[in-house]
Design a protein around this ligand. Structure first.
Ligand SMILES: Cc1ncc(C[n+]2csc(CCOP(=O)(O)OP(=O)(O)O)c2C)c(N)n1
Length: 641
């Protein structure tokens, strides 16, 4: 990148002449002794005194009612932040979610004003809380298999975001984050090592000193986030670098990352095993992107292997209703290939995949679940048959497919076709039997009041089954009825749990998924538990403001019911009676009116609905509204589970 002499308008730069604010025009400003004293002879600012609690002269100046103190005359023709935006654009970043913070005013101004058209890739998304911004990025990445950006204010914004960063880390989800750092402004908002606040659950971070370093760091942070094990990454950008004038500078050439794949010998061996087995099976965990899912389907079809899926537990797995998905005609498998079958979900809830008698041979290709030693929990931990090949399954699939195609004989082809037909028929019968039984079970309490959670899912399904839909909120607490009643055939059909079990996730994750859905003619369903809703409800405004195709159906049991059950159990065990277990665990007296809450944030809605016969019509209105790009909230008073 061409170097250029630095000139900048820093925190103390303010426009005397409004006309000078037009894009590309010279900015005219004046100077004060204060600024000159703090400006070194080489043009850079003196280091801040982070330890000093006393207000700076600049703060006092602002507190006296002035917006910006004056500064030396500077001319800005191309700020560094324009190049940051260009870098993000070339990485394909669609959205940048942020709660405003002056430490990134340079970057924000570039996103909204630079480029033709401006405010596209990334589009600036307004968040009312930093935790919501990062969880939006979490939900978006689970739906799309790639990161969006969350922009955070130094120290305080990062700390608000901390829980959601932890959650994405534990969920192995790529989130790209930029934090602003303005050493000249409020001492409490700056830090020598900003990323240190969240380093133990961030995969990679950098605090570059120059614009060149900053652009490379953004590219590297993107690559680190999307390479397994995927996780959040953070680049801290000083306001100085955002504002430096660089008329000659260029964005460095982007080099996509290398994904660790199996080698040619391993590919040959796996292909041979799949083709020579009488009854091979492929177990599919969570892959990285929709392309990986497509490759897993291609391989299963090529070798006629029946498969397992995690599509009812989370995104990016094998289509649940594919003819090969299921136990198949014969469960005596003589070779099993595992693709990313451990991982974060397994680590929280225990081994995820049905354990199948692996009579002869097994190969696990598994990288996604392995993270550096960490202070937190257990990453991975799913039960394994053998030590896996530590490679990325998605990057390895094309090599296996190529080898299978090379080795495949016409005899094998005929055998595979026959086996596929048998598996497909058996899986279809098993599916119909399971669905018939599930429908019978869900009839229990159908007309009950409060409304049964099964009825919510059962009545939603006919309304969305012909749509391109995504269930973005965790469904465990609302009964998980989608697992038996709905078909999870797309990589984003169901986005799964919170990652680290942290509440305050469903609504913002759904908003992130709805950002992904907006340009793709897709609708997002958010079956929203009430406790979870109340951590940062302002995200409803973000959905309304950005006109997102999202239907929120409240599973309003008027409690943090999970915790209610724990305290109830404890009181029972201690023999003191359960009648006071509601204390601290219920949302009663007064009840919260979620339709009014939504209305307050500018979102249409209705409820509370207590009569089950009124549910279906309300859901129809909700789906129709989401399809128009008008988010909708239906408050349904439900059974506890
Ligand atoms: C950030 C956070 N705080 C507290 C908890 C503890 N917790 C686990 S489940 C739960 C209740 C959730 O209530 P709600 O979302 O209404 O679901 P319900 O259990 O009522 O179905 C709480 C508070 C948590 N998991 N995360």
């Amino acid at each position: 990148m061409a170097k250029s002499k630095k000139t900048s308008v820093g925190r103390r730069g303010f426009l005397k002449n409004a006309a000078a604010g037009a894009a590309g025009a010279a900015a005219l400003v004046t100077s004060t002794p204060l600024v000159e004293a703090q400006t070194k002879s080489n043009g850079t600012k003196a280091a801040p005194d982070n330890g000093a609690p006393a207000p700076t002269e600049a703060q006092l100046f602002r507190e006296a009612g002035n917006i910006r103190p004056p500064v030396a005359v500077r001319t800005i023709t191309r700020p560094g932040s324009d190049l940051m935006v260009q870098t993000l654009r070339e990485l394909g970043i669609e959205y940048a979610a942020a709660n405003p913070g002056s430490s990134f005013e340079g970057l924000q101004e570039s996103v909204i004003n630079y480029g033709n058209p401006p405010n596209v890739k990334p589009e600036w998304i307004t968040a009312l809380h930093e935790e919501s911004a990062v969880t939006m990025a979490h939900g978006y990445a689970k739906a799309e298999g790639k990161p969006m950006l969350a922009v955070l204010h130094g120290t305080i914004g990062i700390q608000h975001a901390a829980m959601s960063i932890y959650q994405a880390y534990y969920d192995r989800v790529p989130v790209l984050m930029i934090a602003g750092n303005d050493p000249d402004f409020i001492p409490a908002h700056t830090a020598h090592d900003m990323a240190g606040l969240v380093r133990s659950y961030t995969k990679w971070d950098a605090q570059p000193n120059t614009l060149d370093e900053a652009l490379v760091a953004i590219q590297r942070a993107y690559n680190e986030a999307i390479t397994p094990p995927m996780a959040p990454t953070l680049v801290v950008l000083s306001s100085e670098i955002q504002k430096v004038n660089v008329p000659e500078a260029r964005v460095p050439t982007y080099r996509p990352p290398q994904f660790p794949a199996i080698d040619a010998t391993q590919a040959r061996e796996i292909a041979k095993n799949l083709l020579q087995a009488q009854n091979p099976r492929i177990e599919v965990g969570r892959l990285r992107t929709p392309e990986g899912v497509q490759r897993s389907v291609e391989l299963a079809e090529l070798v006629g292997a029946c498969t397992s899926t995690e599509a009812t537990r989370g995104p990016m797995s094998f289509p649940q209703r594919h003819p090969l998905c299921g136990p198949g005609a014969d469960t005596n498998y003589d070779y099993v290939l595992g693709l990313e079958t451990s991982g974060a979900q397994a680590s929280i809830t225990g081994p995820s995949l049905a354990k199948i008698a692996r009579s002869r041979d097994t190969t696990d290709i598994d990288f996604g679940g392995i993270l550096k030693p960490s202070n937190f929990g257990r990453i991975g931990g799913g039960e394994r048959a053998a030590t896996p090949i530590e490679a990325d399954a998605e990057a390895s699939l094309p090599l296996v497919i190529e080898e299978v195609k090379r080795q495949l004989t016409s005899d094998q082809k005929t055998r595979i076709q026959e086996r596929t037909a048998k598996h497909a028929s058996a899986n279809h019968d098993a599916h119909v039997a399971a669905l018939t039984q599930a429908v019978e079970t869900k009839k229990a309490g159908w007309n009950g009041v409060p409304i049964s959670t099964a009825r919510v899912y059962a009545e939603l399904w006919p309304l969305i089954l012909k749509e391109d839909w995504c269930l973005a909120s965790p469904s465990n607490f609302s009964g998980g009825h989608n697992v038996q009643l709905w078909d999870h055939n797309k990589p984003y059909s169901y986005l799964g749990g919170q990652g680290a079990g942290g509440m305050g996730y469903g609504a913002p994750a759904s908003v992130g998924a709805a950002l992904a859905a907006k340009a793709r003619n897709r609708i997002v369903i958010n079956v929203q538990t009430d406790g979870d809703m109340n951590y940062a409800p302002g995200v409803l405004w973000t959905a309304a403001h950005h006109k997102l195709p999202m239907l929120t159906v409240m599973h309003n049991n008027r409690a943090w019911h999970q915790e209610y059950m724990f305290v109830e159990y404890m009181a029972g065990v201690r023999g003191r009676g359960e009648d006071r277990a509601y204390i601290g665990n219920t949302l009663r007296d007064p009840f919260i009116n979620y339709a009014k809450m939504a209305a307050g944030y500018g979102m249409d809605g209705e409820g509370p609905i207590t009569d089950p016969s009124k549910l279906s019509a309300a859901l129809q209105r909700g789906v129709a509204s989401a399809k128009r790009g008008e988010p909708y909230m239906i408050d349904v008073i439900t059974q506890p589970r």
